[in-house]
Design a protein around this ligand. Sequence first.
Ligand code: NAD
Length: 474
Amino acid sequence: MTLRVRPVMHLIDGQLEGDESSFNVVNPSTGHACATCPEASRDQLNRAVVAARRAQPQWAATTPTERRELLCRLAGVLRENQAELAALITLEQGKPLARALDEVQRAAAQIERLTSIVLEKELLRNDSTGRVELHFRPLGVVGAITPWNMPIVLAVPKITHALYTGNTIVLKPSPYTPLATLRLGELARYVFPRGVLNVLAGGNEFGQWMSEHTGLDKISFTGSVATGKRVMASAAVNLKRLTLELGGNDAAIVLDDADLKTAIPKIFAAAFANSGQVCMAIKRLYVQDKVYEQVCHALAELAGSARVGDGFEPDVQFGPVQNRPQYEIVKGILEDVARDRARILAGGHALDRAGYFIAPTVVADITEGTRLVDEEPFGPVLPILRFKEVEDAVRRANDTCFGLGGSVWSRDIDRAASIAARLEAGVSWVNHHTGADALVPFGGAKESGIGREYGKEGLRQYMETVSVFIPPDR
Ligand code: NAD
């Protein structure tokens, strides 16, 4: 499909700005440039930060109800423009159009759920010695940096957390997928007062300028562990508050009493959704001896019959890997798998067509100590590991620097829940894997992140906690 992309612009202080400088955006389904995107300069960043600082006190003086109203208007804007935004996501990110539509709709719903949380002070103590209250004050200006796997559903919650809590924001999407996010900024131009929401496209260097900018009070970053560490180092310059939502290498443990009929399609979806490019996808599947072969073959069958293609083609289940460097990483991992003599049950190769397509791949008889198991592949490749004793599975699942999510699958819910509670992760599930609920904190343990997004806990990380001691009434 040929989609005419109208030029997108940065949103700075309520004005749309183009640029002398620009870069190409590549459609991963063809490998060819599909649009150009303006590239913001350091001067434009400085102006966006100044505008956000100027707008912040007045924005913070509005009530949470007023801010909720405007944010819900943004949810309406997302829904009214979902067809255009979804088409941009499919064009630049590659996912099937139906999944892109779902992404926009989920983003709109997240706004409504997150802003349904009541922001109020908390009473800690009230006795003869007096009252102690916790008050929450906005931090100031938030810098938000997002990755390429889910451009809209990762950007919109950052806008919501920041604005609902009385901060203003400067947002930068990934240079691989800037179009839908810049378009969102354009559409939101008249929703918020000038300077409250600023959206600028730029490369990795632009992200670094943000991380070290002393005019920003917090960085909310979603991306890889390696970049997260760089952000943390740069942010030290003014001790910025940080939320880091980083990579994962989630383990799922399938016990031999699991209900495989319902588990297998769910596991397949949780491993291969968005062609494996989901932070909390299942990336290591541990299966108990007795059901190992059955699980392997059922998943291989689903992978082998999956429809892979350009996200604009009808009935496509999975799109390409989003960019060439990531495509090369996944292909390198597949070469290692072949060299390690693991058993490839489905896929194992790139598709013979233009674009960055990898056949959904299921690998059995593989162990720790291989790249596929130890690293985050972030592509459509699932290793299946065998275990006999549950203790062994838990130890191996936890033997990683990652700690985003994990799951346990069994008919015995209580037993599964007690095993799931031992996974060293920020989120765990029983008979399920993936999915974020705006009312529930989400984030990583260990090197998968710092802090949480969503829920009251997530909102509070966009605010300073102030302890207020009040003497008793006379
Ligand atoms: P990435 O770290 O390469 O890039 C993410 C963003 O950081 C981009 O906007 C990029 O331009 C910017 N950036 C690059 N260098 C920077 C620097 N020095 N300072 C500041 N910003 C910089 O990540 P990616 O490849 O775009 O995304 C994939 C990764 O994101 C995977 O590891 C995935 O697991 C992770 N992810 C995590 C979550 C989560 O919620 N935990 C969600 C989605 C993706």
